[in-house]
Design a protein around this ligand. Structure first.
Ligand code: SAM
Length: 340
């Protein structure tokens, strides 16, 4: 067995796996997470609505499998065009949803339920969505064209300086950048709300912690080295503000005067368990793809870890379950206008 080192903090790995049916299916079947993404995309769309109710053309960077584009189209029916841009072959799944052809990509009976749901919902808006395969750092759109750029759970994947330059170029002079970061990347700070978010973040749910410990033990039994690195946030409000300002953008406060809008999604224990299991599979796919080549091994490791965790969990006293869930900070930024 090849030794594999990986970080326990999975978001520090910025590589994305290439599309294959298994991966897309997993990605799309992360129901707990996808519902959170959907809630986050709704908040972002709400911020777009608040700040630019007359927006017509929006560029979405990192459309993925099309789920956030759908939320945007549903939440903002006044939009005329949405350009959905994506670098990975996830875009194939987005295209299949748009063409009402998910069942051709997967077998008709086995296409992921969430994909089918999005496919159905997308039919009412599909003529407004234009899917483009391109990078956020090299946008194939003319200068000063779009009213807003929309990014759900994407900013941290980009080369921020290159992407902000490109975003500044394609936005109209009064255009807006609407984007978010979640608790996995953004430090909500040492405020009452920030402390609360940290106390209730999903990765700190006692079931998840127990599962991760047991999952790592299961990996180690297979000869896989678990390299646990201390967690580091990618952004604080100050570093994000400085990054935006350096690249010609300023944060636009929300209607309450706050620099960002917070959304927290609460998981029940079943969703927590699903998050733990799907998260483990994602980590394997992203960081230990070699394991996928050994038939049945991933299922065996994940199933053993889940079985043992549930057994241990049932012996523990009842905990404050429903409190935990991921949080999002939703930002709006505009181009800085220099007055003479
Ligand atoms: C966490 S997913 C979010 C997908 C989608 N916005 C959603 O809410 O479901 C991040 C997406 O950004 C894409 N991405 C990463 N780097 C990118 C880049 N440089 N340019 C465009 N898209 C990128 C990834 O391939 C992935 O689909």
């Amino acid at each position: 067995m090849k030794f594999i080192r990986y970080n326990e903090v999975y978001m520090t790995d910025q590589g994305t796996a290439k599309f294959d049916r298994g991966y897309a299916k997993q990605y799309d079947a992360l129901s707990g997470d996808i519902r959170a993404y959907e809630a986050f995309a709704k908040t972002l769309a709400g911020r777009l609505l608040d700040h630019m109710p007359n927006a017509k053309e929006v560029l979405e960077i990192g459309t993925g499998t099309g789920n956030s584009a759908l939320v945007l189209l549903e939440s903002a029916p006044f939009l005329e065009q949405v350009y959905g841009m994506e670098i990975e072959d996830f875009i194939l799944l987005a295209r299949a949803k748009q063409k009402n052809a998910v069942s051709r990509l997967f077998s008709p009976q086995r296409s992921p339920a969430y994909s089918r749901e999005v496919q159905e919902r997308l039919q009412a808006h599909k003529h407004k969505l234009h899917l483009i395969k391109a990078r956020g750092e090299a946008i194939p759109i003319k200068d000063g064209t779009v009213d807003a750029v929309f990014m759900n759970q994407v900013f941290h994947w980009l080369n921020a300086e290159e992407a902000l330059r490109e975003i500044g170029r394609v936005l109209k002079p009064d255009g807006l950048l609407v984007f978010d970061e979640s608790e996995f990347q953004f430090d909500f700070g040492d405020t009452v709300e920030g402390r609360q978010i940290k106390k209730e973040q999903i990765v700190d749910h006692p079931f998840i912690k127990l599962f991760q410990k047991i999952f790592n033990q299961e990996l180690e039994q297979q000869g896989i080295v678990v390299d646990v690195k201390p967690f580091q946030y990618l952004f604080t409000l100050d570093t994000l503000r400085a990054l935006l300002e350096k690249n010609g953008f300023e944060i636009v406060p929300n209607s309450a005067g706050d620099p960002y809008t917070i959304t927290t999604v609460r998981y029940n224990l079943t969703q927590v368990m699903s998050f733990a299991e799907k998260g483990a599979r994602m980590r394997i796919m992203r960081q230990m793809p070699d394991l996928l080549k050994m038939p049945g091994l991933v299922d065996k490791i994940v199933a053993a870890a889940m079985r043992k965790t549930k057994r241990e969990w049932s012996k523990l006293p009842h905990r404050d379950e429903g409190l935990y869930g991921p949080s999002q900070a939703a930002f709006v930024a505009r181009k800085i206008v220099h007055t003479a």
